[in-house]
Structure formats: structure tokens, C-alpha cells
Design a protein around this ligand. Sequence first.
Ligand SMILES: C[S@@+](CC[C@H](N)C(=O)[O-])C[C@H]1O[C@@H](n2cnc3c(N)ncnc32)[C@H](O)[C@@H]1O
Length: 867
Amino acid sequence: MAASPTNEHPPPTETLTQSTNGHDSITDHNQPEPQPSDAALTDEITSSGKRKREEDQYQNQEDPAANPLWKTSLCSFFRRQSGSCSHGSTCRYAHGEEELRPRPDNTWDPTSERAKKVLKKSEDGDKCGAAAASSEVMMTEIVVGDEDEDGGDGSDPELSKCLVHLPRNWRSETLKRFLSEQGISFKSAKKKKGMTVGFVSFESVEQLKSSVEELEGKSIGNRSVKVADVIPRSFEKKTKPIITNPQNDQEADKPEVSGDDGTISVLANGTQNADGNEDNSTPNGVASSGRSARDVVTPLAHMAYSDQLEQKKSSIMQILKRLTRNARKACPNGVSLPEWILKSREIGGLPCNLEGILPSPLVNGYRNKCEFSVGYSLQGQITVGFMLGNFREGVTAVEEPVDCPNVSAIACKYASIFQEFLQHSDLPVWNRFKNTGFWRQLTVREGRRPETSAYSENSEASVAEVMLMVQVSTTGIDDALISSEFENMAQAFAAGAATSSSSLPLTALVVQDHQGISNVAPADAPLRQLQITKAADIPETEANQDIVEPRIHDYISNLRFCISPTAFFQVNSLAAEKLYSLAGDWAGLDPETLLFDICCGTGTIGLTLAHRVGMVVGVEMNASAISDARRNAEINGIKNCRFVCGKAEDVMGSLLKEYVSAFQQQDEIQKTERNDEASSISEGKDALMDNAEDPERSSSHSAGNITEPGEGSSHEFQNVNMTSECLDSGLQEPDNQLQSNCNSENGNPPVERFKNVVAIVDPPRGGLHPTVIKTLRTHPLLRRLVYISCNPESLVANAIELCTPSAEKIEKGNKNNRGWRNLSAAGLARHRAKSMPISEPFQPVKSMAVDLFPHTVHCELVMLLER
Ligand SMILES: C[S@@+](CC[C@H](N)C(=O)[O-])C[C@H]1O[C@@H](n2cnc3c(N)ncnc32)[C@H](O)[C@@H]1O
């Protein structure tokens, strides 16, 4: 749906009980309260006669789905008869919430959960708006007025106001037009597309007063405008070069959601919650708004850890039940419900047992990676810490990471060293509203010592290495100035580390140059390593004089892992160890197993399980992470792993085909051996070896040109042999040693050993690409799949596609049907399940939560799927 003043989608929320993919939250803050008369469209249609007439009316249309009222009301038969309706998929009414579409006036069936949510949001919004109106919007960057000569802001913050509840798709021009149409005099007006707030400045107190009176409560669409103060009310202006980075306004629409590692640098769903207290500072970082970095970053910190675990477990149970409900709904007519759905009634509707939740060995200071925003505090001070809310709602205030129990003491110290440095820097901090400035973000990554990886609450003592990555935007800034600032920064970090009460490790300092609007930089954003001036007090081993590449190390299951600046690594290493070993136990591994580690990052899962399988094939799209994975295999002396750089959706089909072919080949050989008693087993093996050694067949290829299914079989033996396979990515390692690490351990053709094919998938928050799901589901030899997810919602959505029984006849997808935009993740998955090629479905066998993120709502979920 296109955004319009009356049709705006709220940002995804971060709670476990609501979708984080945005689909479930496609509700409208600005929707009017559903009118009682709307109910006539559902509950009053109870007489079969009336209903029949309406049904006929729809059925006679060529494309009933084109009717604007199609599926805009819930089917009362379906609801009353617990999920059955004689009209099946041709019913014009929605069978459940997932099928429900919005009405032409953008309202929802008033009996639906969505309508109730909208109503609640609108009530909450009014409360929140009232609070905002009486107080302030936490936009701590100067946004009003035009820039003056010295690069500062031309407006007096005392003569500036913030307008709340504006349509998201408005820009400055729209706001100016609106104000002019209302006869409002103003000095300047700014509004960024994507935000719900705008900023207006006035020429005089009189002008401000009369305009505020005129504007307060004015209706735009179905929302009332609220007028709020801009904070901070006064800025200590600094004369700094202002460098403009012209950006596409639309980028502001990009959601700033938490990362796969539960990244805590950016927030979702922040709302203004000011209490009007003018003196808005307290020493412990609690803002006048009543909101602190601790509340925002660790919302469960006020609860006992055992209660946090209970809460997460019950949230996950609710999400898991969606798998059963949706697979039941998606089960094609005439196909019997699978056993696991029938049995789900015995376990409260769960698709399989949730066996519990594994607690994190470390509950405080467990994060080995923190991303700190750079911005202004509510007092207008340059601050390095966490944002107190969502930029879209006008919040840019950054507060120090005080009292956030998941952040390590070391990370806090580096944030504070950087803050001190920035307060004296000649270059400006990044202004999110204007997309100008230089300093943007600080990432602190820690690597632990092996011997202190024991479960200890003193995590600081176990940290041996620290890598700092500072994100900047260099556009338009003089190179000499940049170099001198970097030099000063390196000195500041080195001195700060050395003079800290217990000297801090400092292994590598990297600068990432990023011009985009959101701080989430692409993997290929330029990196530059800075030399750290060795301070006298830092022991030789901890200074970085000889470091060629910026990397740190951590240990999981007694293996050493090398981590480069942008590679993914679980933020809670000790809990990750538990996660991986659980996945390994459930995967049913043995020396005859070929293990696919899909979305393998630095190879952690595959490498920690390599000793339990015949061979590991890891797939990962981040080139640095793959390079780390190969190095990690090497430094740990692991030789039965192959790491492929590429998107899983691009390479999995080819990889599986290679191994399917290998199996088929093996079967044929075995059949020949059985049929021909005269031929010896060794002859069969020799033939295999001969083929494997055929140079025509064993030439290596890169991931970029991995053969697509059906492209010929010349790679079959070569891939089985694996003699030169490990370098099959665009990123060729020059080191021959690495190549040898990927050979089979004893030189025998590994095809003999791989009786089982198992996949462990650990995708990013959005889940697996549909192509990967299809590839895994339709691979006949893949009998077991362990799904690890940091987002149980996407695990459930993917599992719907993996576990729903096939229809007898496959529905062809309608490519022109844009109705999918209104579907929830589960609804979309059901829709896709219909066009899944006929194949044996998986069954959910068991699941377990693993808490990698104490004090937050996030949690990992592991599910075993078998067939
Ligand atoms: C949740 S992390 C898991 C990494 C690793 N298994 C671990 O535990 O450290 C997800 C990984 O998937 C990678 N990734 C994201 N999309 C991908 C895709 N389409 N194909 C392959 N890898 C992908 C990311 O770069 C990231 O390393």
C-alpha cells in the first residue's frame, strides 16, 4: 500500500510477541476507530440466503480477488466452526487474521485483532501525543531554521516548535504548503519523509504564540496535530565546518532495526515520553523524559533473570503455536493432516515440545560487541552511547551506556574515552536530520582468553583483545584534517586505555567510511586501519605494532576463532557455545555425515562440529567472514571443511546437486557391485578414484560460476573428491596451506563416508530466502534440518513452508498479485507453501530456546525438523 496521510505503517516492533518483520504490524496508527456499521459486513451476514447471494456475486466475477471487498471481513462460519468453511479458498471472507485485507477506506474488520490493535494504538497514541504536547520531542540535533554563516543553525530554539502526528510521507515542502494554507506565519519549516514529526521556527514570540494556538489540535487526515517543544532548548553552538552530504530522502524510510546479533545501537518503536521536567539530567543517565538508555537497551533488566527466562519461554510458545495453526490452514484439501498437527492438541497447540530455555552462562556484561551511537544528549552535550528512541518519531537524543547490564565495563570505558575525544574534536558529529557531519558510531569488539572462558561473572578479566571500529563520513572533508583527527583519536584511545584503572587491551583500531543515512553500513564500506601509538604501560603483547590485518580472536569449544571487523560473531560467546553444541547433538551427526552449515559466518558451527562429521560445507555471503572461516579451519588444524562464499540462494542448489549426484553415483556403483558378483568392490572404488583424478573433471571452479542444476555433471567426481574445492569463491586465498585444509582427512574419496546429509541453518533475522527453503525441502536426501534463529517469528514462517504437506496439484503463483503486501509473514509462507513443488514435508520434532541476550526481549530458538 502506498503511504498516504491516512495510511501509514508503524515501524516494526521489537517485542517477541509481535512480528519484527513488519508484516504483522501492518496496522495503521492513523486509522479511524472502526465504525459500528462496519460490523454489518461480517457478523450480520449470518443468514445463508444473503450470504449465498453475495458469494454468487463474487463467484461470477472473473477475478473475485479484484473486488475491493474481497477478504476484507472475517468469515463467521470459519470462526464458529473452528477453522472450516464449505467455501474453502473461494470464500469471499477471510479465513483467519492472516487472510484479512484492509477495506478500501483503510480500516479493518472491526471484529479483527488488527482493528483492536489499531484502536489500542490510537488510544495510546493520544496519551503519548498528549504527553508530547505538554512537553518535548527529543530531537537533540539542530534542525530548525536555515544554517547561518558559521555553519550553525539560524533559528533560536526558544522560537522553535515541533509538530507531532504529521503524515510520514510529507516533506518540508508539504509542511510549508500546509502552514501557508492555514494562514500560519513562520520563519522556516522542516520535515523529513519517513518521520512523523516536523520542525517549525518563528520570527517572534508573538508569531510563535498565535501559530501554536492555531495549530494545536488541527486535523490532518484523522490525526490531530500536537505542538511540542524542541529539546534541548538551547545549544552551546560550536563553530564547525558543516559539510553537506546530499542524500536521497527516501533512505530515511529504511527501518533501523536490531541486527542479527541483537545489536543495541539503534532502537525501534521509541515514543516520546517526556514529563516536562525542565532540568532533564540526572547523574545516572536517566533523561528528563523518564526514559534511560538502560530502559531502552535492556527493557527486562528490572526483572529477576529467572523471570526473564519464563517470560521469553512463554512468548516463544505463543509464536510456535502459529506454526501449527498455519500449517493446519495451509494443508491442502483432500490431504490428511500430518501426525504432528494431530498430536499438537496434546501439547497445547505446540507443533512440537519446547524443551525449555537454556540460560546464558554470563548474565551481565556478556556482550562482546557494542555499537555506540554518536549524537547529542538531552542537555545538548556530544555523547557516545545509545539513542533514547526512534528517529522517525523525532528522537535523536543519545545517552551514555550507564547501568546497561549487558554492556561490558571495557566497552563503557572506550565509549567514554571516545566521548571525551569528540567533545574536543574539530570535526562535527553526524546529524541524522541533515545527513551531515563526520563522527557517526563506535563499535567495540572484544576477544576473550581461552583459559578464562570458564563461567565467570568477571568477564572483564577474561578479555584479551579489543578491536575498535569508528564509523565516519568523510565526504567533503579535507584529507589533511581527517588525518590529523585520526592521529589524535588513536592517541586518545591509546592514552585512555593505558591510563584506565586496569589498563585496557587495545588490539586494533579501524575506521569505516560510510555515507548512508542509517548507520548500518554495507559489508564493502571502505575500512582503514590506524596505527595505535604504543603507550608505555601497555604490555608488548597487547599493543598492535605488528598487526597486519585488523582481527581479534575469541574461543568457542576450545577452538580459536579469528574475527575481522565486519564479520558476524555471536555477541555472547559462552552462550553461543551451548547453542552450537545443542544444534550438534540434535543434528544426529556421525563420521558418515555431510554437514551443511548454511549462513556460517566465521565457520563457528561447522568448525566446532567438524570432528563429529565426515565433512562440513559452509556457505556465507560475507567475504571477510568466509576468509576468517578458512583461516579458522587452518589455525585449528581442521581439514574436513569447505567454505563457499556466496548467497545461500545462489549456491545451495548447485552444492546440493553436486552431492545428490555423488550419492546417486555411489548407489549405481553399489548396484553394479551387487549385480555383478564377479567384480570386486575395490574395482568399483578404483573406478571412482580414476574418475576423481581425471583432470578434466577435477578442475576447480569459483562460487561465481558454480554449475546450476542441469548444467552438466562434469563436476560430480571432482566435488566428491574435494581436492581443490576449498577455494571456490571469488575470494581466492593465496595461501596454499588453506587449500590443503579443505582436503579430505585421509585422502580417500569422501563419497564413501557420507550416508547422511544434514543441514544446520542459522540465517539473519529475516530468515531464509525462499529459494533456499525450496532447495532444502525438495532435496530428497536431506532428512534432518536443524534451524537456529535469533527471530522465532521468521523460523516459524520458514517452518510453515518446510512442514506443510504438498498438494496433489501445485498452484501456479500469480506474479501480478500484489496482495502479498498485506499478508503477515505466516500468511505469506502459507501462500508460498501452495506453490512448493510436490515433496515430502519435514516434521517439527523438538525445539529449545537458548538465551543469548539476557535483559533484552531477544532469544535464540533451535528447532529440529526431520522427515
Ligand atoms: C545469524 S548470523 C550466523 C553466523 C554463524 N552461523 C554464527 O553463528 O556465527 C547469519 C549469517 O548469515 C549471513 N548471511 C546473511 N544473508 C545470507 C545469505 N543470503 N546467504 C548466505 N549467508 C547470508 C550473514 O552474513 C551472517 O554471517
